[in-house]
Design a protein around this ligand. Structure first.
Ligand SMILES: [Zn+2]
Length: 86
């Protein structure tokens, strides 16, 4: 295994265990400078404090949405599964 393959294996393992609790922010919008002028950053209640510290100013209540964080990261099939559950 070369370094690149080792790194891919590590990332694959990590992705298997990721939950929404591991996500700091989720960006939804057009690619670009990513400052937020072309889209929105959402945080969860859990990540709000850490994300605010990292950014340097607080996330507003309207930026806190676990469901929006989920939807940014899941494909259509996973979102369908999630909505079957709820
Ligand atoms: Zn910008």
């Amino acid at each position: 295994m070369n370094e690149n393959e080792r790194m891919q294996a590590v990332i694959a393992d990590l992705l298997q265990t990721l939950t929404v609790a591991d996500i700091l922010t989720a960006y939804s919008g057009k690619p670009g400078c990513m400052c937020g002028c072309n889209g929105t950053y959402n945080v969860t209640e859990l990540s709000r404090t850490e994300a605010s510290e990292k950014r340097g100013y607080s996330y507003d209540d309207e930026d806190v949405s676990t469901s929006r964080v989920y939807c940014v990261h899941l494909n259509k099939a996973a979102v369908a599964k999630l909505s079957e559950l709820s």
